[in-house]
Design a binder for this molecule. Sequence first.
Ligand SMILES: [Zn+2]
Length: 407
Amino acid sequence: MIRYSAAWVIPIAEPPIRNGWVAVDRGRVVALGRRSPPDSGKDGFADHDLGRVALLPGLVNAHTHLELSYLRGEIAPASDFVTWIRRVMAARRLRPDPNAREVVHSVEQAIDETIRCGTALVGDISNTLVTFAPLAISPLAAVVFYELIRFNPSDAERLVEAACRQLEGLVPTERVRVSLAAHAPHSVAPLVFRAIRRAVDRDPFAPCSVHLSESAEEVEFIKTAGGPWRALLDELGVWDPSFVPPGGTPVQYLDDNGFLDGRVLAVHGVHMSAADLARLAARGTTLVACPRSNGHTGAGAPPLEDFYASGVRVAIGTDSLASAPDLNVFAELATMRALAPSIPASALLDSATRQGARALGFESEYGSIEPGKRARLLAVAVPPAIGDVEEYLVSGIEPEQLRWIES
Ligand SMILES: [Zn+2]
């Protein structure tokens, strides 16, 4: 039983505590408060002063693709999204074996980097499931989303059931779970969306994920079935002539198909309208912002201030190393701060912790410092003369400034 004291405790569930403490027993938080109680050291807790640090819960990277880590620095930035996707497809074709030693090694390195950057929990998108085994033996908690991409399936139901069989072959650990994801409205058939939804609904707690309203080209495709996405589907030989353009926005389309609810992580949202955001807020869907990736892929800058003003739940992801320079959620926070100066730092920190944990179904374990939750705690060194510690934490924290608290 240890009681850590720190210059600041950032519980997330309540405002920062100046000169705070957190008591930990067998890896769980048992209590927290301001200044050590007077019977300090006599109540069975060993006191440990961490000094001039901010103690906060491990961060949550709600959207990444660890299996693409071998593409780090290999895909040049693009001025439009479909050009960027073509570059990724070409690079992936060069390494067709997902289990190649190089691919697995880059996943292991990415997991190490994720932990060094202060992340405790990830939402990991995988087309190959190669990330499950390395995650299962790592200290990270994760939901591995088996992501399906199919625009012209002969049998949507059978496709999804086959994916479920594969997931059943993986044994979830205490920290690593699996679920399904759909890639995006322009790459997944309506019947596949419905089949994924039905399969996910069999587990009342399973989250689900989809890239949504990421690019202007996606919005155009859903409205008209034309544009650069249509050209790419034609070129790949996967266009389905029976597809009728839904005509509205991508958010309307998925909602009309019953796909959106409180267990869905909708990723990106760069091109969502105010009505789209209101709809997501009403459904309880979590919107995952990945602004550095959006800049790199040519998708554009997400309207972050609109996100927060709409009342939608916002979480944060780095996306993959194909489109982000690193897996540091603190760096993503700094970009969000630069793009959206009016959002309170406390709201950004909430997005980087509690919102991601809730969306991934891990809110009873991660995302805040509260009695009963795992004591997966992070100490960030804070220089003297910092007035607003929350503002400091969203200014760009490097791995060298933080360490995990052993408990
Ligand atoms: Zn993604």
